[in-house]
Design a binder for this molecule. Structure first.
Ligand SMILES: C=Cc1c2[nH]c(c1C)Cc1[nH]c(c(CCC(=O)O)c1C)Cc1[nH]c(c(C)c1CCC(=O)O)Cc1[nH]c(c(C)c1C=C)C2
Length: 525
């Protein structure tokens, strides 16, 4: 058989993986992307809605991407550039209210997060007053990490070093906004790695230890000096070619596309379809993965069809990978990783500036959980007004559920739209005081959409590395939101890194001891 690589999953990770393969493999190599549902894009989904002749978008998943100089931000921007989406990009400038003002719900009021040292002079809002005390506590208290403990919850870590209030009012809110999960279960070692390391590798506490950790990580990064230099060179060439785009990005704190995030996945899907050596199979879930008689990897589809390849890049969520292997040995990451379900309720008003404050939106910390069914609200029209197309509208998104989904609304599989939409309207009325009737309300449930990196995650990731290597005789690797972080740019960067890594090792043609997790794991060493 001529070279063939199969990509399982047609979300942002699967599409990006197929794209990097198509870019780097010769045209004689077959690339087969298998998606179980009839739609590509996964959790990235932008609905177009129309009310009284006004058309607008409703973002159902991730809605903005971060700019900046991190490898992941640049990987996503390079992809946007290569897909010729530069003129579709809309940004929130660094100086905009959306970039500067982020709120936390505290005692029923919106408290604006400090943006700099100036906030100390203007006065800190009540939710944040615990922070200077917490910083002082960390600076003046020697390391109190427990000997022999290899991980702990973010709640335990933050309250041990900075005080319980800092977790109750601040850290829990931030983690709701990213993982829709509680800091009492999330891993400090996995999600706050530099801070956790600073505490565990010295006696000075977290903040004083950070300088030492930065030095260590600079020393470790020399390992990647060549790669980093190549990446810097590639960006500088792009800057020369498309000055206007890159300088717009330099001034921005986040971006999306005029017609929403799905622009990115749609363009990937269209460009992939143009490659004669890429086959996209939709509406056929993979039901089994096995080794065929000739030693190649085989993916059995629900209709009985079989897709053969020398290598399978599996981007499915862990709960779908579980069912692909008959009589498989147990694995703690596969078997024990919970996923959060989030309901996004898009609410549109026939009027501009409906929200009484300007900003990105607000998050609900644990301290306010009893007085709120929502995890947070995003002020979409304030963040990216370009997406309103000059219409007289205001768009908001209310995020519900997460770790309290079942307790508040029952099962995400059976909850009705009405229940969620009523909870969203109650949230908007109680927290923002908006009483006027919206022109459109639409709830969508993302069932099991965000993996929770719970305590012990890194050890489980290492065990997954071995488990993957043992499957399909070295002909499978994994990449996606459950490993190197759930943000879209992280998924894109890890897809690119995996393809480059496997090409270097020739692992896409011949079986090798690879898992796709090598670089992610080395980041924790
Ligand atoms: C559908 C709800 C989601 C919640 N978290 C995520 C989604 C898709 C995933 C996520 N959200 C953020 C990050 C970090 C991004 C980064 O660091 O670059 C991730 C992985 C941050 C974030 N949170 C909210 C927004 C609008 C953003 C910016 C990125 C994005 O658009 O996803 C708002 C928000 N998201 C959730 C809640 C509960 C919430 C509350 C206001 C859950």
């Amino acid at each position: 058989m001529s070279q063939a690589v199969t990509v399982l999953g047609g979300g942002i990770t699967g599409l990006s993986t197929a794209w990097f393969l198509a870019q780097r493999l010769p045209p004689t190599a077959r690339i087969q992307l298998v998606e179980g549902s009839s739609r590509l894009g996964g959790w990235v989904r932008t609905d177009r809605r129309e009310v009284d002749g006004t058309s607008f978008i409703a973002e159902k998943g991730p809605r903005t991407l971060r700019t900046g100089r991190s490898r992941e931000a640049l990987a996503a921007l390079e992809l946007v550039d290569d897909l010729d989406l530069r003129s579709d990009v809309v940004v929130a400038q660094k100086t905009s209210a959306a970039a500067r003002n982020r709120y936390i719900l505290y005692n029923g009021e919106l408290n604006c997060m400090p943006t700099g040292i100036g906030s100390l002079i203007t006065g800190l809002p009540p939710a944040v007053r615990c922070l200077p005390r917490g910083v002082w506590h960390d600076l003046t208290t020697k390391s109190n990490s427990l000997a022999g403990v290899t991980d702990e919850s973010i709640n335990s870590f933050v309250s041990r070093r900075f005080g319980q209030d800092v977790d109750d009012n601040l850290a829990s809110a931030v983690m709701h906004g990213i993982y829709a999960a509680d800091t009492k279960v999330l891993s400090a070692r996995a999600l706050l790695y530099p801070f956790w390391l600073a505490d565990h590798t010295g006696k000075t506490g977290v903040l004083r230890g950070l300088r030492r950790v930065a030095k260590l990580s600079r020393a470790r990064n020399t390992k990647h000096a060549l790669r980093d230099a190549e990446e810097r060179y590639s960006i500088s060439k792009r800057r020369m070619r498309n000055r206007e785009f890159w300088s717009m990005i330099d001034d921005a704190s986040m971006y999306s596309f005029r017609d929403g995030m799905q622009t990115l996945t749609d363009r990937l899907a269209h460009r992939l379809a143009d490659y004669p050596n890429v086959d996209i199979i939709t509406g056929q879930p993979a039901s089994q993965a096995r080794i065929g008689a000739d030693g190649d990897a085989e993916i059995v589809l629900a209709n009985g069809g079989v897709v053969r390849a020398q290598h399978v890049i599996n981007t499915l969520p862990l709960y779908k990978i579980r069912s692909l292997f008959k009589n498989r040995p147990s694995n703690s990451l596969l078997d024990e990783t919970p996923y959060a379900s989030v309901a996004v309720v898009n609410v549109t008003y026939p009027k501009k500036n409906i929200v009484p404050v300007d900003g990105f939106g607000y998050l609900v910390p644990r301290a306010s959980a009893m007085s709120s069914k929502a995890l947070g609200v995003v002020f979409d029209s304030c963040s990216l007004p370009q997406q309103d197309y000059d219409a007289e509208i205001s768009r908001l998104s209310v995020m519900l559920g997460g770790s309290r989904f079942d307790e508040l609304f029952g099962s995400p599989a059976t909850v009705t739209k009405d229940v969620l939409e009523n909870a969203a309207m109650e949230t908007i009325s109680n927290h923002l005081g908006i009483k006027v009737a919206p022109s459109d309300v639409d709830a969508t449930v993302g069932q099991n959409c965000i993996p929770s990196y719970t305590v012990g995650y890194i050890d489980r990731l290492k065990s997954m590395h071995e488990w993957v290597q043992a499957q399909l005789g070295g002909r499978m690797s994994v990449v996606g939101a459950a490993y190197g972080g759930p943000a879209v740019p992280q998924c894109i960067m890890h897809a690119r890194d995996l393809v480059n890594h496997h090409l270097r090792l020739d692992a896409l043609e011949k079986p090798q001891l690879v898992s796709g997790l090598e670089e992610i794991i080395s980041g924790f060493e």
